[in-house]
Design a protein around this ligand. Structure first.
Ligand SMILES: Cc1cc2nc3c(=O)[nH]c(=O)nc-3n(C[C@H](O)[C@H](O)[C@H](O)COP(=O)(O)O)c2cc1C
Length: 439
């Protein structure tokens, strides 16, 4: 009988200090000051590599709002590609997935920076393609382009970057002392791209890496976002507040990938898993409560207005929120992905005001929240995997450093023991970790 290998999870670790969110940083022993040094992130990267994780991940924004600084533990948002360049030298195997926006950058510069990181890291780079929600004011006088325009630009941007990566292929490197041919110039070609948004001649200044091309991640799951992801991306950083929305999203993305001539397995659905781990359930729930304690009714309602355009001030906590209270779906919102998830939840459940204001879409970024002991969160991961909602996840530790350490010291080894995660790296590149075989 032929044995089929057990399907394994693909796991990334977010290099943002999510456990310092809320009031956690004010604790005398939080060690928050160390967040300002690269050594801190290198230490985390090494922990994740010791656990043989597929990749490190870092989100990125090109603007800063007063809510993001001031009372929040944050040393700003350093450029993640530069951070990964430093981390590349201190790690050997783990993938490095950086976030770069297609809305505000020139594609030639981005193609070059990513190929350079690929080279610095010996083939471990991944690109999380984002279209950005805000930040237009930092790049000129024009207002934020509509989501449709941002995705149209993202498509062309990605096409240009890919063409540039192929313009100076690794195979063109001959390094032949005898004939004196270093690069086979027949293989190095201009791309002569001329499109709606960009005109780029090429070729790129950096040759391709022998590891193959850079895996693409995408975040954003509106209809346009899903079409984009299913045609281009190897993985999607998904907002998945509940199991049901996850099963639907993954099924839909797999179907769309197949319609575009790809296999369903070509697109890996990886939600953010925002976990609160404690030695007891009570301890874990306390952590969760403490993290969100500073968020008053007014604060949460203000967040709800930005997510959905719905204002619940004047309502009592136990009042029901029903579908007929939802604003016109065509009104502009920051992220259609988050708005759609919450609209669906309200229409289906008619929740109370209190329940709406506790939703992950309101309190955070609509990530899958899991609270409890290591056994509880492990069971939750297995349930999502077996239900077909996920191919893996991006770990976002919540609450405390202790919660993060429980993940590495106890939860990860149990996933390995159950055969759901690797015990050793079998490859050296991100493509190999993700199981991407085609170029
Ligand atoms: C889970 C998730 C993570 C995201 N991370 C980022 C990010 O790090 N930086 C950024 O500029 N935009 C980020 N975005 C925004 C998306 O790139 C996109 O601009 C936005 O979701 C609008 O697309 P949509 O209409 O498909 O929702 C993220 C979106 C989601 C759903």
């Amino acid at each position: 009988m032929q044995m089929t290998a057990q399907r394994q999870l693909c796991i990334g670790f977010s290099l943002s200090t999510t456990w310092m969110k809320g009031q956690g940083w004010r604790e005398p022993d939080s060690d928050v000051e160390k967040m300002a040094t690269i050594d801190f992130y290198i230490g985390l990267a090494k922990l994740a590599e010791k656990a043989k994780l597929d990749f490190l991940f870092r989100a990125d924004y090109l603007y800063v709002s007063p809510q993001m600084i001031g009372k929040v533990a944050s040393f700003g948002s350093p450029d993640p590609t530069l951070m990964f360049a430093a981390i590349a030298r201190e790690t050997k195997r783990i993938g490095l997935v950086t976030t770069v926006s297609t809305t505000f950058n020139p594609p030639y510069v981005v193609a070059r920076q990513l190929q350079s990181l690929h080279w610095l890291s010996n083939g471990r780079t991944g690109w999380n393609i984002v279209t950005s929600i805000e930040g237009a004011e930092n790049f000129g006088d024009s207002p934020m382009p509509s989501p449709q325009e941002r995705y149209a630009k993202a498509r062309e941007f990605t096409e240009v970057v890919r063409k540039l990566w192929m313009s100076f292929p690794h195979e063109s490197l001959r390094v032949d002392r005898e004939s004196g041919v270093f690069v086979d110039m027949k293989q190095v070609k201009a791309i002569d791209h001329s499109g709606e948004f960009f005109s780029v001649k090429g070729p790129l200044t950096v040759p391709g890496h022998q590891a193959g091309s850079i895996p693409l991640f995408q975040a954003g799951a509106s209809d346009t976002g899903r079409n984009f992801a299913s045609s281009q991306a190897d993985a999607i950083f998904a907002a998945m507040p509940d199991l049901e929305s996850g099963v639907k999203l993954r099924k839909d993305l797999r179907r769309r990938a197949q319609e575009q001539g790809r296999s369903g397995d070509d697109i890996r659905v990886l939600p953010g898993l925002y976990f609160f781990l404690g030695n007891t359930r009570e301890e874990a729930y306390e952590l969760y409560k403490a993290t969100h304690a500073h968020m008053s009714f007014e604060y949460r309602n203000a967040a709800l207005i930005t997510v959905l355009g719905l204002d619940l001030s004047g309502f009592a906590s136990e009042d029901r929120v029903t579908a007929d209270m939802l604003p016109d779906p065509n009104l502009p919102v920051r992220s259609r992905t988050h708005a759609e998830l919450l609209r669906h939840f309200i229409a289906k459940n008619e929740p109370t005001v209190e329940e709406v204001l506790c939703r992950p879409e309101v309190l955070g970024s609509a990530h899958w929240v899991s609270i409890g002991t290591v056994a509880d969160v492990l069971a939750d991961i297995i349930k999502h995997f077996e239900a077909g909602a996920i191919d893996g996840f991006i770990a976002l530790p919540g609450g405390s450093e202790g919660s993060m350490l429980l993940f590495f010291e106890q939860l990860m080894p149990q996933l390995v023991e159950l055969g759901l995660f690797r015990s050793e790296y079998t490859g050296t590149t991100l493509r190999e970790h993700l199981g991407i075989h085609k170029n």
